[in-house]
Design a protein around this ligand. Structure first.
Ligand code: SAM
Length: 361
């Protein structure tokens, strides 16, 4: 339980950095926009008051840009059939520690823009609300939503899996996540945590969506099912673990402190996602795709390291203290440079899934 609390607290410390380092996430959203919009059209075709939610919205503009596109698409489709425009209820969810004030400060401009674009003789109503809470539980009333999105968030587990320390000794020594080099006992614990979390996510969304409603989500995934294959390494976190080992050798951080540090991160395979969806039983899979983003084409090692800081700074500060950040990420950038010069990939594999709620719960 403490771990959950710690993770959520730690997540909060880093919200601002999410907001200012969201370029990779923006690219991810753009790459799945077509699929998102066609699913929105299916889900919201005949609805008078359209309820949409973005889960893990963070505090930057990405979330509002998704919503803006969804509203535009739904309205364009309505105009084709000369029907009256619907009203929109938009729910933006993140952990309670998210900087909702920063997010809300963007809302008036967003609403004005949407109104200016769509007020052609009629009134368009867009009501926006923040919903603080974990998406690994119920957030909304039963059958109240038509369309849900969640981008680059679901690979964050609700907590670091229990049991990674055995009598004070790490069973994941030398690794900070479920790396291909981790022993099978570590993989078992991460898999169990993922299954618990993801089934809870599906169960909650199944209750909240109307029949015919859709969820579109993208998350980081493994490139194949075998978690011990090198191709499934996360280069960002692999290099972060190596950077911590270098700091141990330079006596800048205690070995035991590093041994007890693990990220609540899990990248599933498409097969695992499929299994979980079938097991839960109320969704059909409209679409599931996987692709690979090689970030070295556009970004320097320093920029990539900054993105990694944005995603992990809060967790690292919480565990090691803020003073470690500078030396750690200098080393991290250096190691990413070396990887690049050795011709290695620095990227991630992304899975995008569209689910349709097909069975009443
Ligand atoms: C990398 S950011 C993605 C932000 C945004 N969706 C985007 O694509 O730009 C991940 C977000 O997920 C949120 N998050 C992580 N675990 C969560 C949970 N259990 N419930 C709700 N939000 C969560 C984090 O707080 C963070 O804002």
């Amino acid at each position: 339980m403490d771990m959950v609390k710690n993770f959520h607290m730690a997540q909060g410390l880093g919200e601002t950095s999410y907001a200012h380092n969201s370029r990779l996430q923006k690219e991810v959203i753009e790459s799945v926009m077509d699929m998102t919009l066609s699913s929105a059209m299916e889900a919201c075709a005949d609805v008078e008051t359209v309820s949409i939610a973005d889960l893990g919205c963070s505090s930057g503009r990405n979330t509002l840009s998704v919503v803006e596109n969804v509203i535009r698409t739904v309205c364009e489709r309505r105009r084709e059939t000369t029907r009256q425009l619907p009203e929109f209820m938009v729910f933006l969810n993140d952990l309670p520690s998210n900087d909702f004030n920063a997010l809300f400060s963007l809302v008036p401009e967003f609403v004005q823009k949407v109104k200016a674009e769509h007020d052609d003789g009629g009134e368009i109503l867009v009501s926006v609300a923040g919903v603080p809470g974990s998406f690994y539980g119920r957030l909304f009333p039963s059958s109240s939503l038509h369309f849900i999105t969640s981008f680059t968030s679901l690979h964050w587990l609700s907590q670091v899996p229990a049991g990674l320390l055995n009598k004070g000794e790490s069973i994941n020594k030398g690794n900070i996540y479920m790396s291909p080099a981790s022993p099978p006992s570590v993989a078992t614990r991460y898999v169990k945590q993922f299954q618990e979390d993801f089934s809870q996510f599906l169960r909650s969304r199944s209750q909240e969506l109307v029949v015919g409603g859709r969820i579109v989500f993208s998350m980081l995934g493994r490139r194949n099912h075998d978690s011990h294959e090198k191709i499934n390494e996360c280069p960002f976190f692999e290099t972060l673990g190596k950077s911590l080992s270098i700091l141990i050798s330079q006596k800048m951080v205690a070995e035991e402190k590093v041994d007890s540090f693990n990220l609540p991160y899990y990248a599933p395979s498409t097969q695992e996602l499929e299994d979980q969806v079938y097991r839960e039983g109320s969704f059909t899979i409209d679409s599931m795709k996987q692709d690979y983003h090689d970030w070295t084409i556009k970004y320097t090692p320093k920029m990539l390291s900054n993105f990694c800081i944005a995603a992990t700074k809060s967790l690292i500060c919480h565990h090691f203290g803020e003073e470690i950040i500078e030396p750690l990420f200098e080393t991290h950038t250096q190691l990413l440079c070396e990887k690049l010069m050795a011709g290695e990939d620095i990227g991630w594999s992304k899975i995008i899934v569209v689910l349709c709620k097909s069975v009443a719960r």
